[in-house]
Design a protein. Structure first.
Lengths: 306, 306
């Protein structure tokens, strides 16, 4: 059984690749919930939804998140009313948030709700939120502290990042099933996601890093940085602003306490020794997933390495 | 200043007629909130919304409620998730409920929220909820107790009504502005609405009926029953099941403690004496509002009588 620690869009590509090779019993995904937001009274879980929408084939292929061909009539009407319109809430997507919020209010846990939404949309793979607690990430920036979605969506990552705060994390614990999955895994894969806002919150859940040290499974990370650039999103900008080099080596360093294998892109093969010096094994292959074939090939490559 | 006590669709027709003749300072509407429902964590106020959508020109002309040409993508998606889909939530309409709920959670009163939603949609007329409390009407039926919307929408009024329960009403008080409006009115008009589920909840707010007795303004009711039939909705069925005759006289009887004038449809002129026997003055005219002209003519007729 492979366990994947996953953020949103980048992770979903690799998850989709794995899903074409492995059955539901062979894959468990632990999803970031640090990017969750409560907006208009709704609990929105962008990373979990991206994974569910991707695996159910509903995802918007143009963006990698949201639902394909969704309409935005509610959002437009909300704008007319003077409500917040910076967060892109599609009409179909909204149903997920309404239903999730409703089930949470009835007393179900996020684990239960995520399972039932996945089931309803035909997702057979096991997706666990990292925790059932609400632990939104806050970005401490030159423009003050912003909720991660305010930073990402409303401010388009413009503010300069000084620090991250995983709020309420000290009270959180891994969601039911998370510890067992990691301890019983044959391999743990950290997806090519942002180390600060996608993987970081998962690692910040008390006890989570200890599980990665404790498990007998190899822990493997796929680089989100290729050729000194982030494959997607603000990873490069964040690395710089937090005084890291924009290099796969920085990622390996961040994970070094528990990482066994680093998957470096073949374009960066010359960094191999730098990372090996951290006592981490390095594997090299194409990590850039543009086509479905790329996704399956990367997943197959990883399975073969393992 | 004319004060109208109003339910939903039937009332909105007459309100629209008055709005073509009177300016914002000359008309105050006190809207029923007994049909409010909390669904999916949203506070939905169907009667208030019908009035706002009607006055803003957004109403669906085919139904008399909801927003014209609204889409139902969220509702469809909700159905796929296994969520409740019996309540017709249009995508644009949903924005009203989301925004209202959000403002209520921030601590605004329903009066404030109703005002700001009306303003945002360009409604200049003063619409006051009958109370700021949540006082949903329950229908005691042969199939158990149902929330009024479950009875009206989900069960399509099929269960046999035995009794109504205006829940939580003893704790309610008239919303700010309601008492003053009634006491200062030049006339109070009970719209041609259902006496049990539209006007009934308003009259059940503690102190409300006393205000109607106390005001020096004539209190006038427009019949919702013409030619032994309800103009709209389940009024006739309810009258029967609650052991009233399906007759304008029953309506006049229900209101007789405070009613000065009953507006009878000209088709029912022979009932005049029956109602006058209740010590209520009777005026007769066409009360059936099909066209905009009908609405304006009825409003003009009432103003002339006053």
């Amino acid at each position: 059984m492979i366990v994947m620690l996953a953020g949103g869009v980048g992770a979903s590509k690799l998850i989709l690749g794995f899903s074409k090779l492995l059955g539901p019993e062979q894959l468990t995904i632990i999803g970031n919930t640090g990017d969750d937001i409560e907006l208009l009274g709704l609990r929105i879980c962008p990373d979990l939804d991206t994974i569910i929408y991707t695996l159910s084939g509903k995802v918007n292929p143009a963006t990698g998140w949201g639902i394909g061909e969704d309409s935005f009539d509610c959002l437009q009407a909300l704008k007319s009313l003077g409500g917040p319109s910076w967060f892109q809430l599609g009409d179909r997507d909204l149903a997920t948030h309404l239903w999730r919020t409703s089930l949470l209010r009835e007393g179900q846990s996020l684990t239960q709700v995520t399972h039932s939404i996945g089931q309803a949309l035909g997702v057979q793979y096991r997706l666990l939120p990292m925790t059932d607690s609400y632990v939104p990430t806050y970005m401490v920036t030159d423009q003050g502290e912003l909720h991660i979605q305010e930073y990402l969506v409303r401010e388009q990552c413009r503010p300069i990042l000084r620090e991250l705060r995983y709020s309420n994390i000290e009270q959180a614990q891994p969601a039911p099933g998370v510890a067992e999955a990691i301890l019983k895994a044959e391999a743990v894969v950290l997806c090519p996601s942002n180390p600060f806002i996608s993987i970081g919150p998962i690692l910040a859940v008390p006890g989570l890093q200890e599980l990665l040290v404790q498990t007998e499974a190899p822990v493997l990370a796929v680089t989100p940085i290729v050729n000194q650039r982030a494959l997607k999103g603000p990873t490069a900008k964040m690395l710089k602003e937090l005084a890291y080099a924009v290099s796969p080596t920085s990622i390996a360093e961040i994970y070094k306490d528990f990482l066994d294998v680093f998957v470096l892109d073949e374009r960066d093969w010359e960094l191999r020794e730098e990372i090996e010096a951290l006592q981490i094994r390095v594997l090299t292959c194409n990590t850039v997933m543009t086509s479905m074939e790329d996704k399956i090939n990367l997943a197959r490559g990883l399975l073969e390495m393992l």
